[in-house]
Design a protein around this ligand. Sequence first.
Ligand code: PRX
Length: 639
Amino acid sequence: MSYPYQLTSLEAYQKAYQKSVENPEAFWAEIAENFIWHRKWDEVLNWNFNEPKIEWFKGGKLNITENCLDRWAESQPETPAIIWEANEPGEAGRIITYKELHFKVSQFAHVLKNNGAKKGDRICIYMPMVPELAIAVLACARIGAIHSVVFGGFSAQSISDRIQDAQCNIVVTADGAFRGNKNIPLKSVIDEALINCPSVNSVIVLTRTNVAVSMLKGRDFWWEDEIKKVEAQGNPICNAAVMDAEDTLFVLYTSGSTGKPKGVVHTCAGYMIWTNYSFVNVFQYQKGQVHFCTADIGWVTGHSYIIYGPLSAGSTTLMFEGIPTYPDAGRFWEIIEKYKVDILYTAPTAIRSLMSFGTDPIKGKNLSSLKVLGTVGEPINEEAWHWYDENIGKKNCPIVDTWWQTETGGVLISNLAGVTKAKPSFATLPLPGIQPVLVDENGNIIEGNEVSGNLCIKFPWPGMLRTTYGDHERCRQTYFSTYKGMYFTGDGCLRDKDGDYRITGRVDDVLNVSGHRIGTAEVENAINMHTGVVESAVVGYPHDIKGLGIYAYVIFNGVHIDEAHTKKDICETVTRIIGAIAKPDKIQFVTGLPKTRSGKIMRRILRKIAEGELNNLGDTSTLLDPAVVEEIIKSRSPL
Ligand code: PRX
């Protein structure tokens, strides 16, 4: 057995679960003993969901990078920590051992310090999927600076909002990023973003694509030059900052039903323990295996299951710069064969996209190294589940359907690979420490099986968010006020006759597009920025590949040269304001929107129309102007 807390049988899981509920403090204290601490905690847990106040291992002192790097650099220095595969199959990959990663993180931690970074500072990271991204993240953690990674697909405006909200003083970026056949000009996006960000004094720029970039004297510095300076200083090892368990490790912005994205705050000890524990147990990771999580580090999945979970377990994590369909739809399978990948963790949207190419791209690829498959980010339909099982796992690899959120830090509900049973399209059972409940609209807990409701969690777990950056009240309102005394996930869920959980999707105004969270209000605001747009309403509709597509109803009073052109302009506007991921898939021009007498848009009706369920619109009598609905149906474009 690789890890003392790895649950390798159904009985072990059941026993652990029971203990975690009956005596959570003793349960987590025992697990926490497996990590390196400068000082042990005073109290395991102190909580109150009304404020909310959640503290785990308060008074404990540690640094997450000593747990992710130092201990392995010492005990297994030559083990690959990161295997990196470039976007172009012809470009040589890189293998970085624990000893090397430890050294590189230390070096870059000095770069940050030389640029004025101090414990508690916020540092924005906007980078391609190269090892230096992981190095930058870990270097922040090394010195106790708070990283805020922004996905490379977000617009200048989105970055600017995030930098301003967190008041970052340093940005780490690259000249550009390769993604498939695209070359994304990261530095020029950053330049535009920084026009409105006076808090930023230094920008550190890695060379990746070799495009021409502007470099401002006194503000912009090349990564490579900064490293040379540290070498000239004699490459001293950077001692890890001693952090309190409850100090902030990072902020990650995510969309909600209302307003701008909020900065979800995770802390040093609880997050570390949760990502490690869930990684080891859900995937049943065995020492020496290669773990390939296909997410981008710009999302929480990358934070938790490319960087912190795998590295804190001393595992080998595979990082891929490109996309699954470049140069062709066989790329994942080639990578698996090349590096003898043991665990593949990807999203249903990627599976569905690859499925659409048929099985030819898999032919001749040796996938026999695979032991465990995982999915995350959105509900997986049964067809995709079976395709994954048959064609990739060859019916020989358990599939873990892992349900979790940016806010939860790591997986909360999932089968444990080969240990607890899998069920297509079900996340199945809660991990030890997780107490899920289903509640009805009035907040009553729904007991028993074969029931459905809104998914809440009634007891804290170490990896949960502590606050939303700079606005604790927003955290309380968003997650802890809908149902008193509980964390509300925003997801609908059913519990079947066996007590297994199946997540049915968001019940709030958040869309899950290709596994990415996008708030309808955010997209509407962006559409409304277009000069000719009066008002808009955005809903999701079922999309074969993306899970949900974005359907926008737009009231337009400008002059169309032609409608198709205006639609493109609107998409371009959304790309400018948020990023290409939020571009509507369908735009329908309408003359009015269905509203209640109090002015609230009836999304339920718009959703049905978008889905094509025209005969079953439900009660429209409460509408201010029911005729609007008829008109919308008439002008609806076929999907
Ligand atoms: O609706 C759920 C869906 O993704 C949401 C969380 O999105 P985000 O914070 O971006 O994190 C995604 C990666 C953890 C959830 O509220 N979701 C995530 N995993 C699953 C899922 N829906 C169904 N099944 C899953 N396995």
